[in-house]
Design a protein around this ligand. Structure first.
Ligand code: KG4
Ligand code: ZN
Length: 338
């Protein structure tokens, strides 16, 4: 499908985890866009009560909230002005994705608009890519994923390094839960770490290897709480995750010769990490802090890319793909175009 290159309004919907997020974005080009609305209805209180996200509870809350989130997001525009509706179809919690996907597809069909299924990780990296020159290396650090991906061009990705166990955000959340902070725990840990009195240094996991691992570090920090103050342990976790990511960035630079990076995903909201990465001598961009954690705007951005490059994703209706990897996802539209 060809798009009007002058002005396009996209709706992006993400309910892959515990936020009901709907964004409306107006585009004139890949890098030139403005947010019309960015609505997020969180479930923090419930998740805090259970000590994490309970998929079946979360999906019921999405069901309750998605219609009002949609109405709020479209308060100042008419759906007839919209070019297309994009929604995350993978990866994420299956029961939440089913609610989101059915809702988004129904709205697109009722409004007679193209529907674009979007990959959550691709959405995180594309919103961060604004202003960065391709090829670049995307550092994706979220609650569900930690990986460094060589992005050669749109849709051509090679995973260079990935966590084989916990994601970085998961460690923040699990330490926060043990301390008794709210959920998700990243920002609580960041604030607590500011009050550290001692810089405890921990061994970098998988040092000098193109692998990430955070589960041992998490266990070490939970144990450290027995003898050290929470402030010092929070700092130790934050610092070790940051140093580990920086070490992998160096290794990826050595491997590829590419010094352009985008850093994205919820953990990229961490100011300590942002400042520390900026001190590396690389060309690094980050999304605004508010656009690091899950949001509908990034899904709208990814949807726009797919229509802009005419990948044919509007003709694909993938089903039950809650665990589909980034590279397997790109095969869907590469195969579709060949
Ligand atoms: O990208 P995201 O919203 O959801 C997933 O796709 O997983 O990332 C959520 C993660 C949570 O683990 C949360 O604790 C972490 O991002 N996070 C942070 C900060 N803000 C959010 N981690 C460290 N520092 C922060 N300021
Ligand atoms: Zn995410």
């Amino acid at each position: 499908m060809q798009i009007d290159r002058k002005k396009n309004i996209f709706i992006g919907i993400d309910c892959s985890c515990d936020d009901t997020s709907i964004g409306v974005v107006e585009f004139t080009s890949l890098d030139d866009w403005r947010i019309i609305s960015d609505v997020r209805i969180g479930q923090e209180d419930i998740s805090q009560f259970y000590g994490g996200v309970v998929p079946e509870v979360s999906s019921r809350l999405h069901l309750r909230n998605i219609e009002s989130a949609f109405d709020m997001a479209l308060k100042n525009i008419n759906i007839n002005q919209v070019t297309a509706i994009a929604a995350t179809f993978a990866p994420g919690l299956l029961s939440s994705l089913v609610v989101e996907y059915s809702f988004a597809l129904t709205m697109a069909q009722l409004a007679k608009k193209p529907f674009i299924p979007v990959h959550h990780i691709e959405a995180h990296l594309l919103i961060a890519a604004r202003g960065q020159e391709w090829p670049f290396i995307a550092v994706i650090v979220s609650g569900g994923h930690s990986m460094l991906v060589l992005c050669k061009s749109f849709g051509d990705y090679e995973v260079l390094c990935e966590s084989g166990d916990d994601a970085a955000g998961e460690c923040y959340d699990k330490l926060a839960r043990r301390i008794g902070f709210g959920f998700p725990g990243g920002s609580y840990i960041e604030n607590c770490a500011k009050l550290h009195t001692k810089k405890i240094s921990l061994t970098l996991p998988c040092y000098k290897q193109l692998r990430l691992s955070f589960s041992g570090l998490k266990t070490q920090c939970l144990k450290l709480l027995e003898t050290e103050s929470k402030e010092n342990v929070c700092y130790a976790l934050q610092n070790t995750i940051t140093e580990s990511i920086k070490e992998k960035m160096r290794l990826c630079f050595e491997k590829t010769g590419i010094d352009r990076f985008v850093v994205c995903g919820g953990v990229a909201a961490n100011s300590f990490m942002r400042e520390s990465i900026k001190s590396l001598n690389y060309n690094v961009v980050f999304p605004d802090i508010s656009l690091c954690t899950d949001n509908g705007v990034m899904v709208a951005v990814a949807g726009f890319y797919h229509l802009y490059f005419d990948t044919g994703m509007t003709k694909i209706l993938p089903n039950n793909c809650s665990r589909l990897s980034l590279v397997d996802f790109t095969n869907l539209y590469k195969n579709n175009n060949s």
